[in-house]
Design a binder for this molecule. Structure first.
Ligand code: SF4
Ligand code: FES
Length: 158
């Protein structure tokens, strides 16, 4: 067993455990997206970021093994802000409108975003911009415009 501190609380965990597993044992919930229990973690989504004393950058807790004397912060301002940015960037690559998505109300990313208090998107990924461009084109088209109508052509109205 090795000794670590999570959110200023000392505890002992099994050697070889990840920071995420240690937090889970301590009853601390860390949001995750790409992590699947018992499957080799890939550390791809970065939603599970935590701060470790003495380590410059925040680390993905699902791939970081604990080490003796490690001091972990799971919920300070820096961690919360970083997770928020990660989730906002992920959302920016979605269609930008959950209401029209098949996964609406049954979506882990949506639920994490809600928990983090994300109400609007600050970033626009390619998908969001594509949707906005499509909407803008639709709004510019006259309501009666139809490809088969006499004189109708994109140049005439769109
Ligand atoms: S419901 Fe989920 S998958 Fe669908 S757009 Fe919203 S965040 Fe993306
Ligand atoms: S859950 Fe995706 S990087 Fe940890």
């Amino acid at each position: 067993m090795i000794n670590i501190t999570i959110d200023s609380k000392p505890m002992s965990v099994e050697e070889g455990a990840t920071v995420l597993e240690a937090c889970k044992t301590a009853g601390i919930n860390i949001p995750t997206l790409c992590y699947l229990e018992k499957i080799q973690a890939i550390g791809a989504c970065r939603v599970c970021l935590v701060e470790i004393e003495g380590v410059k950058d925040l680390v993905a807790s699902c791939v970081m093994p604990v080490s003796d004397g490690m001091k972990i912060q799971t919920n300070n301002r820096r961690v919360r802000e970083a997770r928020k940015v990660v989730v906002e960037l992920l959302l920016s690559e979605h269609e930008g409108d959950c209401k029209t998505c098949d996964r609406n109300e049954d979506c882990e990313l949506q639920s994490i975003a809600r928990d983090l208090g994300i109400r609007e998107l600050r970033y626009e990924g390619e998908n969001v911009m594509r949707v906005k461009r499509r909407r803008a084109v639709r709004m510019k088209a006259p309501p009666h415009w139809c490809a088969t109508a006499p004189n109708a052509s994109p140049a005439a109205g769109v």
